[in-house]
Design a protein around this ligand. Sequence first.
Ligand code: CA
Length: 227
Amino acid sequence: MPSPRQTILVVEDEAAIAETITYALRTEGFEPLWKTTGRDALAALNLQPVALVVLDVGLPDMSGFDVCRELRRRHAVPVIFLTARSGEIDKVVGLELGADDYLAKPFSPRELTARVRAVLRRSNGGPIATSTIWQHDEGKCRISYRGTALDLTRNEYRLLGALLASPGRVFNRDQLMAAAWDDPGAALDRTVDAHIKTLRAKLREAAPDADPIVTHRGLGYSLREET
Ligand code: CA
């Protein structure tokens, strides 16, 4: 299986800047995902695995700082801030929000992709430990369960990644399809069910006694909260 392109979440409300960024990222072999508000960005992070977030500080609904604070509660994904004023740079550096880097506007697309690569190289140095039970290395698109690396197809990986981003949350089939398929309209409900079935089989191989995926009849699926 060819490794899927790494998804870079771009949170920027100015279309011209976002277009420049997404074009540069796509040219460099990344899969950009563009959101214009903090709320949409946080929702997207819960639905699919993201390798890195490019986050504008000045957003229409909430500040990039608040978005970062919020996403840090659930995700270990690296963040590069985009700042418009020197005052914002001071804040990025001073607040210790866990930003991995920042870029002051205006910047060249080449500068941005170089920073993205550098941050990914750093963060791919070791797997990101989601918990002692699950290990999700978002840079390498790899998930381990109870110490065993799972051999997953692209759709299985994206499906499990979505569940893993919010343990305990019940996802309906539409949400899982949106997270795991590029063309959700083409996938039927039973495609999600079929993939959950093969996922369960692979998880059983890793840990015969465990059944971490919970079926909620008529609703969807969730991942058992384990500690
Ligand atoms: Ca802005």
